[in-house]
Ligand binder design. Structure first.
Ligand code: ZN
Length: 132
C-alpha cells in the first residue's frame, strides 16, 4: 500500500525525525507483519536510520558532514548546491524497515530521519508497505 506525505524542513541542513509519520502510514495500511520501504524523491535530501534519543548525535552527524563536504569548497555544479547533492548520495535516498505487530520494528535507540541538505523546503516522502 502506497503513501505519500510532505515534510517542511526548518533550515538549510537538518535531520527531521519522521518515525511517527511512518508509524501513521503503517496504522492506516492495517498491515501487521511485513516491510516498509521509505524513499525520498529528491536529489539534495536523504533518508537515514540513526539515534533519535540523544539529540547530540544528530548534531554530530550534521557537523561532521559539513566538515567533510564544506559549502565553501569549489565544485563544478553551477546551481550552487553541489555539497547537498554529495551528502544526499553518501547517505542514500531509501531505507527498509520491518513491521511487527502493526508497528515499526527498530532498535531501541533508532529513529527514521529525513536528511535535509538544501532547505528549508517542502519535501515529499514515499512509503510502500507490503504485508507478509
Ligand atoms: Zn543542484
Amino acid at each position: 500500500m502506497f503513501f505519500e506525505f510532505t515534510v517542511s524542513t526548518p533550515s538549510k541542513t537538518a535531520l527531521v525525525d519522521i518515525t511517527e509519520k511512518i508509524e501513521e502510514c503503517i496504522k492506516k495500511s492495517n498491515i501487521k507483519e511485513g516491510r516498509c520501504f521509505i524513499f525520498i524523491p529528491h536529489t539534495t535530501a536523504g533518508i537515514i536510520i540513526n539515534e533519535n534519543y540523544d539529540p547530540s548525535v544528530v548534531k554530530d552527524i550534521i557537523n561532521t558532514l559539513e566538515k567533510l563536504i564544506p559549502w565553501s569548497a569549489s565544485y563544478s555544479h553551477t546551481e550552487g548546491n553541489a555539497p547537498a547533492h554529495i551528502k544526499s548520495t553518501i547517505l542514500g535516498n531509501q531505507v527498509v524497515a520491518f513491521i511487527q505487530n502493526g508497528r515499526l520494528k527498530l532498535g531501541t535507540w533508532q529513529g527514521i530521519f529525513l536528511a535535509e541538505f538544501d532547505g528549508p523546503r517542502v519535501r515529499k516522502v514515499w512509503v510502500d508497505i507490503i504485508g507478509n
